[in-house]
Design a binder for this molecule. Structure first.
Ligand code: COA
Length: 161
């Protein structure tokens, strides 16, 4: 007869998946808590990912697609959930999505998290190195302060296979 397991129940791992329009209010709440801009995100729900714990949204990451370039934005984790690997899972999922969409270079702007993104191979770049369509995004033109650091990650041909 099978013995009953006495193992301590493990906390549920939030599930990462696509966002829907009805998730936007919760994502905006999260961005506000994290001090990140909301401007323009509503136009990119189709390429926004959320982390769900049961019915609750506890993290987000979004891509804005501009041909073979993409802007990674709104990487955010609920303050109580930080330091548990969720930010890295969300970032990785957004980069996987970018590869699936044929993106060759991902750009972002950050004021405080350049060290976090370096883990994924992002390097600091001048804003002038960023392709024009990305530079013309709401995030670049209006939402992020001019002091925010631009970063880039270039995929190799093997990455896209
Ligand atoms: C940045 C953020 C998404 C990280 O999420 P998280 O779930 O705490 O990250 P993880 O648990 O996956 O990773 C934690 C690791 O990243 C490091 N890290 C977290 N935030 C960092 C930051 N701002 N700068 C540098 N490193 C950072 C931690 O020190 C930790 O390092 P360790 O593994 O060596 O201990 C989260 O802190 C957040 O929402 N911040 C506010 C919003 C923000 O700044 N977003 C980025 C700009 S879009």
């Amino acid at each position: 007869m099978a013995r009953e397991s006495r193992a301590t129940p493990q906390p549920r791992l939030p599930m990462i998946g696509p966002a829907h329009t009805e998730d936007l209010a919760a994502v905006f709440g999260l961005l506000e808590q994290s001090g990140l801009p909301k401007n323009g995100l509503a136009d990119h729900v189709a390429t926004t990912l959320v982390a769900r714990d049961g019915g609750r949204i506890v993290g987000s990451a979004a891509l804005e697609l501009y041909g073979t370039a993409a802007l990674l934005r709104s990487v955010s984790v609920e303050p109580e959930r930080r330091g548990q690997g969720l930010g890295q899972r969300l970032t990785q999922a957004a980069l996987d999505l970018a590869r699936q969409r044929g993106v060759r270079a991902v750009y972002l702007l950050t004021e405080t998290a350049s060290g976090f993104f370096m883990r994924f191979g992002f390097g600091r770049v001048a804003r002038t190195e960023v392709p024009l369509p990305v530079q013309q995004s709401v995030e670049f033109t209006r939402a992020c302060p001019v002091t925010a650091q631009a970063m880039a990650l270039y995929f190799s041909a093997e990455d896209s296979r």
